[in-house]
Design a protein around this ligand. Structure first.
Ligand code: FMN
Length: 337
């Protein structure tokens, strides 16, 4: 058996392999209601039939003000739970574990009213100037993450990931480029980490399952957080009981990124070794050989596959063929595999 197709257990959740469908916004809700519809059922369930170990649904806002787009799946209301439960039931029926990425877009939200951020600094010259959050708004938003976690549990997700990457709200607090606060939520590394820390603690008060955090391990800016700052944040996350750091990069400021196959693996590898925490690698991992090399050499614990999974719902099977291993086959497809 290959490393890629070996099972992986975190707390009481065992994935059948190391392959995660990376969270990807589908911008597909009807009527801006944030509810699961046929598209989500078919799209995610297909990747479960395609043998993903874990399916992570798209960034799901915990408040309407925190939506990336009005067409996102949402979890800001109890009305969202039934559809999400139907979705997790369907994915699990076909053998994959389920994760939800809880998020808040902060200054990058597409929202008619005020957008919120640690400081009143727009993302770029075309973006709205966000409102600097009051302490009460900070506490309220952390409570919204907690409520999101309660609803995620009601919807039977196996794993929760907090979206702390790509320049969204958590990432805005972490970064000195977007956080210029002079109170206890800004300034030092400890202070910039406080919003994430309090969110983790509040979520853990209602959620005992595996908890992942996605970060932007490189901000591609000399005044931004360095990889070594991200190692420090990741060590603090380990001490708080976070199970895995999902290592993406970028999105905090508009800047060109040098993108090449596996361009973010080194971030996952460094954080895994230096912060002694499990990591996920993501970003232009498109072949079975590439994914196998990452897991086999212990450079990361999980591989997150994004666009390759959009092109090929059966990506794990494609990877298995390439690695010349046999994997579980849906009974209905036996004659084709
Ligand atoms: C259509 C699309 C939507 C995405 N939405 C999200 C998202 O909701 N949350 C997130 O953390 N990353 C999101 N991403 C980033 C992916 O999860 C992944 O990190 C990125 O595409 C790099 O991996 P890849 O080269 O395998 O696609 C999105 C990417 C795409 C292509």
């Amino acid at each position: 058996m290959t490393a890629l197709f070996s099972p992986y257990t975190i707390k009481d959740v065992t994935m059948k392999n190391r392959i995660v469908m990376s969270p990807m916004c589908m911008y597909s809700c009807d009527n801006e209601d944030g509810l699961v519809n046929d598209w989500h059922m078919v799209h995610y369930t297909s990747r479960a039939i395609g043998q993903a170990g874990l399916i992570m649904t798209e960034a799901t806002p915990v408040t309407r003000q925190g939506q990336i787009s009005p067409q996102d799946l949402a979890i800001w209301s109890d009305d969202h739970v039934a559809g999400l439960k139907q979705l997790t039931d369907s994915i699990k029926k076909y053998g994959s574990k389920t994760a939800i990425q809880l998020g808040h877009a902060g200054r990058k939200a597409i929202y008619d009213g005020d957008t919120l951020a640690p400081s009143a600094i727009p993302f770029d010259e075309n973006a709205k100037v966000p409102k600097e959050m009051t302490i009460e708004e900070i506490k309220e938003t952390i409570r919204a993450f907690k409520k999101g976690a309660i609803r995620a549990k009601e919807a039977s997700f196996d794993i929760i990931e907090l979206h702390g990457a790509h320049g969204y709200l958590i990432s805005q607090f972490l970064s000195p480029l977007s956080n210029k606060r002079v109170d206890e939520y800004g300034g030092s590394l400890e202070n910039r980490f406080r919003f994430l820390k309090e969110t983790i603690i509040e979520v853990q008060a209602v959620w005992s399952g595996p908890l992942f955090v996605r970060i932007s391990a490189d901000e591609y800016h000399e005044d931004g957080n360095s990889l070594s700052d991200m190692v420090t944040f990741s060590s603090w996350m380990r001490e708080l009981g976070v199970d895995l750091v999902d290592c993406s990069t970028g999105g905090i400021v508009r800047t060109p990124i040098d993108v090449y196959p596996g361009y973010q693996i080194r971030h996952a590898e460094t954080i895994k070794k230096e912060a002694a925490i499990s990591t996920g690698a993501v970003g232009l991992i498109t072949t079975g050989l590439q994914a196998e090399e990452i897991i086999k050499n212990d450079r990361a614990d999980l591989v997150f596959i994004g666009r390759a999974f959009l092109r090929d719902p059966f990506w794990p099977r494609t990877a298995a063929k390439e690695l010349d291993v046999e994997i579980e086959t849906p009974r209905q497809y036996k004659r084709s595999w």
